[in-house]
Design a protein around this ligand. Structure first.
Ligand code: NAD
Length: 556
């Protein structure tokens, strides 16, 4: 990073800049600090682009689109694999940066940020063509038998990828991999709290030799983000973030009818059935609740346990939780790093205070860690109910509220009693119960005997129902979101079509016959009307017998 290094040498905080068209681009809209959540201290500066500067990213994305979309899948795949190699070569630096700016332990950053990104890059590089190659579509309308038709999954143009701070690398990179594989160019707008990680992606794309303008990364404030959303050059927006901002983005995008994919919040339930493997369930749920200090859209945010196993399950959960080590993310023994933002820690404190005031018991944790940084210990609550904020609103922190229920049916009803529907997990050894959970839980993803992990599976569609969002990212479904269906019909006929002008006297007669010939319920009625068609002069002038012969199977 030439500019940053030069500034570091002068003793001031190193300063970083946006990446536009393969180059660092210094912003003229002021600057903003990058803050270490372990200490609360700034450690770098990022210059911000004004609206004109950010517009240049869209200009270069628009300019790069024709040539990038014209590349073959193999050629685009080669670029994605080069980006994968650049990411891997930067592995140690990258996870150190994620730990420093976002706060997750470095090893966890490999598991949940880098590995899913490498998988996505590789999968889209090698398999996008399987999903997006042109499909032949056979005409079923007999009168259209002279046409050869295709469904083309056409690229859409510059895609604006807006990302949150909790998974600043993987969400951005998976969005980029999917958009690029489908033939689009990208402007990435990272979250203000984790801009450096976003800018590192810009640098990696440049190092990987991606053609100029194919990926730009812009550091802008929220007003700058709104200006990008409202820019008519944006062909589609892939937004990941909160419900409140998602609604604003959708409203602003409506100005140009720009389509949106919205990946929003969750309040993801886990259901522990009485026949579950309690050891596995406790370990899995504790990880699902506390990975990334609970700041995961698919975190386990509430647990419903069949009363018969509540006691042994809770004993295991408490033992697992109390063994977790809270500490600096660069310490190899740390399992729970700091929360990324003080504001988010205050939300956690508010939810725990509200639950306590309404009668919940705090079995472990429950108070912020004193001293520098935004640490909060893993916290387990019982005695909770759906009147409490911790059971209804996204807590997005290391808090695990557990509620006893009388049956799986009651658990499913409570799990679905939510505005959200991102993921849900069920824990059981019985196949019929697993099927019941999968069918009953209203969510975009249901996992049985596991949680969160499908985010890392490149073939698994990712997204939610209800307020958790619209559309899907990842895998084949995510690729299709990055295209527009284009139906291409080529007519090899030489005569004018039966239904074209001039209508003339026999027009209504022949079309009535044709409707009956094709759609009368009885075979004999159809046959009678088919033969009737032969009596019209227009039929012989307009329909090629060869065409009819090719579609004979559709007559009967
Ligand atoms: P946020 O909504 O505050 O911000 C998300 C992004 O939107 C940021 O880049 C922000 O700068 C940008 N933004 C803010 N105002 C904007 C505007 N007016 N126009 C355009 N962009 C604007 O969310 P956050 O706090 O960064 O992230 C946490 C939320 O994200 C949680 O609710 C979490 O559940 C959700 N999330 C969802 C998924 C998912 O896949 N469904 C994944 C991760 C996080």
């Amino acid at each position: 990073m030439p500019i940053a290094e030069a500034e570091a040498a002068t003793g001031t905080l190193p300063t970083f800049h946006s990446w536009i068209a393969g180059r660092e681009s210094q912003g003229t809209g002021g600057s903003s600090p990058a803050v270490d959540p372990s200490t609360g201290e700034p450690f770098a500066e990022v210059t911000l682009l004004d609206a004109r500067g950010a517009g240049k990213a869209l200009e270069s994305a628009s300019a790069a689109f024709p040539s990038w979309s014209a590349l073959s899948f193999t050629e685009r795949g080669r670029h994605l694999l080069a980006l994968k190699a650049a990411v891997l070569a930067d592995l140690d630096g990258l996870v150190a940066l994620i730990a420093k700016e976002q706060g997750k332990p470095a090893a966890e950053a490999i598991a949940v940020e880098v590995l899913p990104s490498l998988e996505a890059l590789q999968h889209q590089a090698l398999h996008a063509e399987d999903v997006l190659r042109d499909e032949e579509v056979e005409s079923h309308h007999l009168l259209f038998a002279s046409k050869r038709c295709r469904l083309v999954h056409a690229p859409i143009g510059p895609v604006l990828v807006i990302t949150p701070w909790n998974y600043p690398f993987s969400i951005a990179l998976i969005g980029i991999a999917t958009a690029l594989a489908a033939g689009n160019t990208v402007v990435l707008k990272p979250a203000p709290t984790t801009r450096l990680i976003g800018l590192r992606i810009g640098e990696l794309c440049a190092r990987a030799g991606l053609p100029s303008g194919v990926v730009s990364v812009v550091a802008v404030d929220d007003a700058g983000a709104t200006a990008l959303v409202e820019d008519p050059r944006v062909a589609k927006i892939v937004f990941t973030g909160s419900v409140a901002t998602g609604k604003k983005v959708m409203a602003a995008a409506a100005r140009n009818l720009t389509p949106v994919v919205l990946e929003l919040g969750g309040k993801d339930p886990a259901i522990v059935c009485k026949d579950a493997d309690l050891g596995r369930a406790a370990k899995g749920i504790v990880w699902g609740a506390f990975v990334n200090a609970g700041q995961t859209c698919a975190s386990v945010e509430r647990v419903y346990v069949e009363r018969a196993v509540m006691e042994p399950f809770m004993a295991r959960v408490l033992a697992e939780t109390r063994a977790l080590r809270v500490g600096r993310p660069d310490d190899a023994s740390t399992e729970i790093g700091p929360m990324t933002m003080e504001r988010q820690r205050r939300i956690v404190e508010d939810h725990v205070a509200d639950a306590r005031a309404r009668g919940a018991q705090v079995l472990t944790g429950g108070e912020p860690v004193a001293g520098a940084g935004w640490f909060y210990p893993p916290t387990v609550l019982t005695g909770v109910d759906h009147e409490m904020r911790v059971m209804r609103e996204e807590t997005f922190g290391p808090v695990l509220p557990v509620m006893a229920v009388d049956s799986v049916d009651e658990a499913i009803r409570l799990a679905n009693d939510s505005d959200y529907g991102l993921t849900a997990s069920g824990w059981t050894r019985d196949e019929a119960t697993a099927r019941k959970l999968a069918a009953g839980l209203r969510a975009g993803v249901v996992t049985i005997n596991d949680c969160v992990s499908s985010f890392g599976e490149p073939t698994a569609p990712w997204g939610g129902v209800k307020q958790s969002g619209i559309g899907r990212t990842h895998g084949a479904t995510g690729l299709l979101e990055m295209t527009q269906p284009k139906y291409v019909s080529l007519d090899g006929g030489t005569k004018p079509a039966l239904w074209w002008f001039p209508y003339g006297e026999d027009y209504r007669g022949i079309l009535s016959r044709a409707a009956r010939a094709l759609h009368s319920p009885s075979f004999f009625a159809r046959l009678r009307n088919q033969l009737g068609l032969l009596g019209f002069g227009r039929f012989w002038r307009r329909v090629h017998p060869g065409t009819l012969l090719r579609g004979l199977d559709k007559l009967f």
